[in-house]
Design a protein around this ligand. Sequence first.
Ligand code: ARG
Length: 578
Amino acid sequence: MNIQALLNDKVGAAMVAAGAPIGTPAAVRQSARPEFGDYQANGVMGAAKRMGQNPREFAQKLLDNLELDGIADKLEIAGPGFINIFLKPQWLAEQAEKALADAALAVSKPAAQTVVVDYSSPNLAKEMHVGHLRSTIIGDAVVRTLEFLGHKVVRQNHVGDWGTQFGMLLAYLEKQKAEGKSQAEMGLSDLEVFYRAAKGCFDEDEAFANRARELVVQLQGGDQACLKMWREFNDISLAHCHEVYHKLNVSLTRQDVMGESAYNADLAQVVSDLEAKGLLVEDQGAKCVFLDEFKNKDGSILPIIIQKAGGGYLYATTDLAAMRYRNNVLKADRALYFVDQRQALHFKQVFTLAHKAGFVRDALSLEHMGFGTMNGEDGKPFKTRSGGTVKLIDLLVEAEDKAYQLVKERNSDFDEAELREIAHAVGIGAVKYADLSKHRSSDYIFSFDAMLSFEGNTAPYMLYAYTRVASIFRKAGIDAASLSAPLLLAEPQEKALAQKLLQFEETIESVVREGAPHYLCLYLFELAGLFSGFYEACPILSSEDEGVKGSRLKLAHLTARTLKQGLDLLGIKTLERM
Ligand code: ARG
């Protein structure tokens, strides 16, 4: 049930019936304060102004035409022409019953779209570091939510597997093989070390550097021996990535890898197609596109370089080829890119160009879901104490260790295996939730203390809130499926809780529309808060009246299921006890 959409339709229809043009926005929103009703329609003032009418008079005409019998029990005109809508508890109770009766919480399925989601996409030359965390976590939460809503999602892990750094790595691999080193001795288990060693040779040894350059050319030219080494290297590197994904409970698989190299064969075609469309201009030997939309501060047009003077292709060229594939082969309706905000200009340019060149249909919506930087507690980009980049796997292990200590101090009744399981859920959940709960476009401070706190909008708080609700049933030995008493929303806390429960759908709709899981985090946090208020004000198990008890148990059950479903969409594992 999407209450907001329902009311928006009804108020919109009433506006038209009252004389407004078709399509006039009703602008129905959740009210910020209870005295303004549960929802309010804000579209009257704008509509009245456009029609040259008095807003309060138009609001009255609208109300005369508004059909909300059985749904709302009070409607009022407020201030300059806001319409406040007070929902009927009985109607809310009926909707909540429907949610209870349905495995998917009666969330309605919108028209299904094919959505390509480009996320994680690390460069394979090094091991995954903290810079890859946000794309991976946020992208995966959006993917899960899209799928829950019935969309067809195609995950695309657009890994950087084709850059010039591979020449260096291949040269080093070759060198070690020539020295007769075994796989284990080559240091590939630690790609950071391997990368640094290769870089060391490259910087110091002229012959090695030349060999590295040669190998890039050979590799990109399709040399079999080079390709074989390159594949070995990528396999190892991808295995590291998937170790991280597994630990993070991220749904990416090897089948989702569609790296830069996959588009190699199409790059020459991209260039000739742009040429044929008359979009390419030669500038100092390089092939560029100049689009009027993109200007430097001095007013000169910013070029998009498609092919370098030496013949090499660029990041943008590959992205153009990838967009064609997403349009022609994957038949996407939307393509979402979870990539650092600092690449915003790049995406604006290639998206505009792809449409202009006719590489993608007008209807394909290309959306850069940019995100800010993860900073350390000093407010600067997150680094190790010695100033190096932090390996993601180390960070996750540390999070689990810290959670283990914390959980052990709080409750020592658990055996070792339980402690480990809880520490995993809490530690990894904390890292993910801390990221997901902030708006993606802002920078945020990574702090173990803050994310592992049991107070506030954190994973430990949410996981604990869930176990508390779940424990009501365990303690009472009641099977939720056996609850048969009808739901009654007599107390204000009961009504507030039920209404929040029914706002799950509109919340996740915003998550997929804006690629912003923080809406869901905030929603779950508020839901947990309303549950606490309800739990304090409305005795459940000690209630004398069986009907009241059954009704409250149903509310508790729907809360537990909604919390669990919500956390699941965020990719966070819940616990029954902690
Ligand atoms: N590998 C790139 C990086 O680490 C991100 C790729 C994002 N996806 C894309 N289609 N450009 O910066």
